[in-house]
Design a protein around this ligand. Structure first.
Ligand code: SF4
Ligand code: SF4
Length: 415
């Protein structure tokens, strides 16, 4: 990124303050993009050097894009901050914990599967209960105990290893490939099963190839080299497939795939772009799925994942599906539907308290609208919402939109 060009665009109007969830919570200028622009200028002028404090400041950003969306001068705040993180990594390297996760786990599906199994074992063996019950977690340094409480329920096996690589259907007119993403693969199997079930019932032939993490955790942390390795593998795998569409159920994975050509100057990746589609948009615009739901009108609201709401059809399609679930569900819009939930990949792990403050506004908004179900279209947001809502109530559940669609199709079959 040409910093000077980007920095020159900023008129210092401060308009981004009102749109930055972190500034709203902290009132700290260093947490909003205008403050970071000031620091970048000083870095470029040689008045500052990268150090621990600056690294902390630049890690404090959700990359939610709200400042970019609302900047009158076209400053792309989130991309600027991501580029700064890339520069920091060039100067200081990737921090050791992240390095091990990105470079030794995300690039190796065998190790990733093994770690998934270990976490599941920790959870089902009773060890997690014991550790939590005895207060041992309080002895962990820093925010590790809070981070442990964020651990979602892991499935001991990879979703992709449990389903056929090709989901054949008779008379299929559409062939699609499914990028499952890591959370669906290790945590939310029900999301993956719902996608398979819906597409099978609608005569879509689905291919689920061996694949790798989209790279978003590495890219968001400035580790562009690991991001490039993962992107190239996925690009090679998915460009080889003879399919009409490449479907994702994850907003972050989709937006990362869409950025592959720009991030890595990879021409081959350009071939993927016209085929990439979010599952909600696919169901509405390609299949025009018809639902005939039965039931009582439970209130459902929708949370906009930051990475989906700015993609074509990303705001409308999930809402359209929820409306098609009437009368089983009554769709109600919540006030803060398009505000970030504070998840932001690993931000909720590295900045637990601040992330929970951001999430609180979302939970307030859900409570106010009276919904008993919060639907969304990003497995990472689902984890954050589940954790934050469970701290206040157990009467509100979080679902991916496709889970509700599959539920409706099932109820039609059984009635
Ligand atoms: S980033 Fe945009 S909104 Fe923020 S101070 Fe600069 S010009 Fe104003
Ligand atoms: S990307 Fe989001 S969190 Fe980061 S500075 Fe912009 S508005 Fe604030």
């Amino acid at each position: 990124m040409d910093y000077l060009e980007a920095l020159k665009k900023c008129s210092r109007c401060g308009g981004c303050q009102a749109h930055c969830p972190l500034y709203t919570e902290t009132g700290r200028e260093a947490y909003v993009v205008r403050g970071k622009i000031e620091l970048l200028e000083n870095l470029l002028a040689g008045k500052l050097e990268w150090n621990e404090r600056l690294s902390d400041i630049f890690s404090a950003c959700l990359l939610c894009g709200s400042c970019t969306e609302n900047c009158p001068n076209g400053v792309m705040g989130d991309k600027l901050i991501r580029s700064a993180r890339k520069d920091l990594v060039l100067v200081k390297g990737v921090p050791i914990v992240k390095k091990n996760i990105f470079q030794h786990l995300l690039t190796n599906n065998g190790r990733l599967n093994a770690v998934g199994k270990l976490i599941a074992l920790y959870q089902v063996s009773g060890l997690q209960k014991l550790v939590r019950g005895t207060g041992l977690l309080k002895l962990l340094p820093g925010q590790l105990n809070k981070m442990e409480s964020l651990l979602p329920k892991f499935s001991g096996r990879s979703f992709r290893n449990q389903v056929p690589r090709i989901n054949n259907v008779e008379n299929s007119k559409i062939r699609a490939a499914y990028f499952t993403g890591c959370v669906t693969n290790f945590v939310n199997h029900q999301v993956g099963s719902s996608v398979l079930e819906i597409l099978k019932r609608n005569n879509v032939e689905l291919i689920i190839p061996e694949q790798y993490c989209c790279g978003v955790p590495a890219v968001a942390s400035g580790d562009m080299e690991t991001g490039r390795i993962l992107a190239e593998r996925n690009i090679n795998i998915f460009t080889e497939l003879d399919v009409d569409y490449i479907i994702t159920d994850c907003a972050s994975c989709l937006s990362t795939f869409l950025e592959y050509p720009e991030l890595y100057e990879n021409e081959k990746a350009q071939k993927l772009i016209p085929k990439l589609i979010d599952i909600n948009r696919f169901l509405v615009e390609v299949l025009d799925i018809k639902l005939n739901p039965k039931g009582l009108g439970k209130k459902v609201t929708y949370h906009d994942p930051c990475h989906l709401k700015r993609i074509e059809g990303g705001k409308e399609s999930p809402r359209e599906l929820l409306k098609r679930l009437s009368p089983a569900y009554e769709f109600v819009e919540m006030k803060a539907a398009d505000k970030c939930c504070g998840s932001a990949g690993s931000f909720n792990l590295t900045h637990y308290d601040l992330s929970q403050k951001v999430a609180k506004n979302k939970v307030d908004s859900v409570s106010e609208c009276g919904a008993l179900v919060v639907a969304t279209a990003c497995p990472s947001c689902m984890m954050q919402l589940e954790h934050s809502i469970a701290k206040r109530t157990n009467s509100i559940t979080v679902k991916h939109v496709v889970e509700l669609v599959a539920e409706s199709l099932r109820s039609e079959m059984n009635s």
